[in-house]
Design a protein. Structure first.
Length: 257
């Protein structure tokens, strides 16, 4: 009688099984992309090649780890706060942060205004760096990690204008049509200026001017200045905006290099 073929130690070891579990969990998390922010268990199973029961176990484990969130109303999963924390940690190690910091310091020194750097994150702009070392008695600051809405902020307007992926993500939103003229103006002027409105995530009485940072033809960040509305430019031809555009161009050049 011939002997049956046995598994190699590497194939059957607990370590190998653990590595496979990590790989499958990572693949599952990658199913959530900007235009697919939430998925149901059946969709996850189909896309990942797992059975529904296996997909459910992975989702439960990732939910406990804070990497997925579950909406009991819709029965769908989305990326959790833990992913945001990891993303911010990754952003800290991104070349753009290290390159931007000295340039942002120059902007603050020249304009005496808080300077903010943002990147796209799932369905909003995420603040990844702030320099608020102004000489004014009362500083305007923005929290690193804060989410900036896509329709009501200068940062968001830049991504709606220059990112096809972001426009596709919100293609069915009536807000997109409402902002059509502003999007056209932003594309023409390569600058978005937005005065804050009352809301839980806004700073009343302030205005933000933001410009895009490109890598090739793709927007990779938004660079902005924030200040009291009475002292901020309302016109994209302002010398303040010229300084901002010049700085964004330098940052784009350094990223390309």
């Amino acid at each position: 009688m011939g002997r049956s073929k046995s598994s190699t130690p590497e194939e059957s070891s607990p370590a190998s099984a653990s590595i496979q579990s990590v790989e499958r969990a990572a693949a599952l998390l990658r199913l959530f992309v900007p235009n697919v922010p939430s998925l149901g268990p059946t969709e996850i199973a189909q896309l990942s090649g797992m059975s529904v029961s296996t997909a459910h176990r992975y989702c439960s484990a990732l939910r406990k780890a804070g990497l997925l969130r579950y909406d009991p109303v819709t029965g769908r999963y989305g990326l959790g706060g833990g992913c945001i924390e990891l993303g911010l940690a990754a952003a800290e190690g991104m070349p753009i942060v290290g390159l931007a910091r000295p340039l942002m310091s120059e902007v603050v020194a020249r304009l005496d205004l808080t300077t903010v750097l943002g990147v796209w994150d799932e369905d909003s702009v995420r603040v990844i760096e702030v320099n608020d070392h102004t000489s004014t008695p009362a500083r305007i600051t923005v929290r690193i990690g804060a989410q900036l809405g896509v329709f009501e902020t200068a940062h968001g307007l830049l991504y709606l204008t220059f990112s096809r992926r972001v426009r596709q993500r919100f293609a069915q939103s009536p807000e997109l049509e409402r902002l059509a003229d502003r999007i056209d103006a932003t594309e023409r002027e390569r600058c978005a200026i937005v005065r804050s409105v009352a809301g839980p995530r806004s700073i009343p009485g302030t205005t933000t001017a933001a410009v895009p940072v490109f890598l090739g033809d793709n927007i990779v960040a938004s660079l902005a200045i924030v200040g009291p509305s009475e002292g901020m430019p309302a016109d994209p031809d302002s010398p303040f905006v010229d300084v901002l555009k010049e700085t964004a161009a330098r940052l784009s050049g350094q990223l390309s290099a």
